[in-house]
Design a protein around this ligand. Structure first.
Ligand SMILES: *[C@@H]1O[C@H](CO)[C@@H](O)[C@H](O)[C@H]1NC(C)=O
Ligand SMILES: *[C@@H]1O[C@H](CO)[C@@H](O)[C@H](O)[C@H]1NC(C)=O
Length: 374
């Protein structure tokens, strides 16, 4: 299910096959009483290889390593993806080593997504590409340090980054997964349950300052206890729902807890809710209260008068999750819904777990306070 896991196990299979191939080569060579090495390759070194994919040339091994296989960071922050190379044994004198960082975006919506270039560097010269132009540099804190520093992380920078080191004909690479810290929330249309096509769901999340959640993001949310009985679209075009407590009304008691697929999910024909992913908000979400309260149009205007704008649902969730926003008082949000965030559950403030409470989409002439973002 997890592409990374599948890739790792494929690599493991390949590397467990390789010693066999090598032994076979070695036997071919040694049966003719050949010297221990030939063509400059130390067969002895190959035999002792640990199967991790190092390159061997002239007895020198090029190692490319990362101290962190995955990094998670907040939107708008600067992030460093570690990558380091070295030769073993050490080589004296400069070499024409090139480094290339490329990127496979998370956005699972398109299966044809390819790795794209982020940056290439050789010596002191470097070049960055696309949306990374002017936003990336190599850290170079020590010899061999090719860590990539990305400034002002965007929502859409997540994915798998590959650090590739090229020396002549040899090249070695390592990958680092970049995740955004964030929160997953279920979202349904003002028109009711199961109203979104895939594109509609994508748009709805974006309007609430979030993106459609990926499978991995929903999976992580399920591990943290998210239990939701309505299926929602995910970025990969499937519709699923997370169940921690199996029950009759949600697919039955016989199925184990986990993510459940809704079965059929045609992007245009079928309608579901959405699972949105919201990263740390720009600005601060706060509660604006006046004795007379506001209808919806007044609420929108009140936030503008206060120097901000009415908060979006994704911003309220992120403030609840990351800033511990906690108010037992309902307020309007940008989509016309009324909600309030509870970080510490208590009597008369909804269920016994923390969460963002949802009053639905009341008639817009009704009077509430409002959540603003500034
Ligand atoms: C990513 O988002 C930024 C703005 O947040 C935008 O300029 C850029 O074009 C986006 N890149 C892609 C690949 O969607
Ligand atoms: C909110 O109240 C104002 C008057 O203060 C009124 O003009 C407006 O139409 C009302 N909006 C709604 C959605 O009821």
């Amino acid at each position: 299910m997890n592409p990374l896991l599948i890739q790792c196990s494929t690599l493991r299979m390949l590397s467990s096959l390789r010693p066999l191939l090598v032994v076979w080569m070695y036997l071919l060579v040694s049966s003719h009483a050949a010297p221990r090495y030939n063509n400059g390759f130390f067969y002895h070194d190959i035999m002792n290889g640990d199967g991790n994919g190092e390159i061997y040339f002239n007895g020198v091994r090029l190692h490319v390593e990362s101290s962190q296989p995955s990094v998670s960071a907040a939107r708008g922050s600067d992030v460093t993806l570690p990558c380091h190379y070295r030769y073993e044994p050490e080589i004296n004198g400069p070499r024409r080593t090139r480094v290339k960082w490329s990127w496979l975006p998370t956005n699972g919506a398109s299966k044809t997504t390819r790795e794209t270039d982020v940056m290439v560097a050789m010596g002191n010269r470097h070049r960055s590409y696309g949306s990374f132009q002017g936003r990336v540099r190599l850290r170079r804190a020590a010899p061999g340090d090719m860590s990539l520093v990305i400034k002002e992380l965007h929502m859409n920078d997540t994915g798998r980054y590959r650090c590739e080191v090229i020396d002549g004909l040899e090249d070695e690479s390592v990958t680092v997964e970049l995740e955004l810290r964030g929160v997953v929330f279920p979202y349904n249309s003002q028109k009711g349950r199961y109203h979104f096509s895939f594109l509609g769901a994508q748009r709805a999340c974006e309007e609430q300052d979030s993106t459609l959640a990926t499978f991995d993001q929903l999976f992580a949310a399920w591990e943290e206890g998210l239990d939701w009985c309505n299926a929602g679209w995910l970025a990969d075009g499937t519709a699923q729902y997370p169940i921690t407590t199996p029950r009759e009304a949600c697919g039955g008691v016989d199925l184990a807890p986990g993510l459940r697929s809704s079965g059929q999910h045609h992007r245009h024909l079928h309608r579901f809710d959405a699972f949105c992913f919201s990263a740390a908000p720009k600005g601060t979400v706060y509660f604006l209260k006046r004795p007379q309260k506001f209808n919806f149009t007044e609420a929108v205007a009140a936030c503008v008068d206060d120097g901000g704008h009415i908060a979006k649902v994704g911003q309220l969730y992120a403030a609840w999750r990351f800033m511990g926003l906690d108010l037992c008082d309902a307020g309007w949000l940008a989509d016309g819904s009324v909600r309030y965030p509870i970080a510490k559950a208590r009597p008369n403030c909804g269920p016994s777990e923390p969460g963002v409470r949802h009053f639905g989409f009341p008639p817009q002439q009704q009077k509430y306070s409002v959540y603003c973002n500034r």
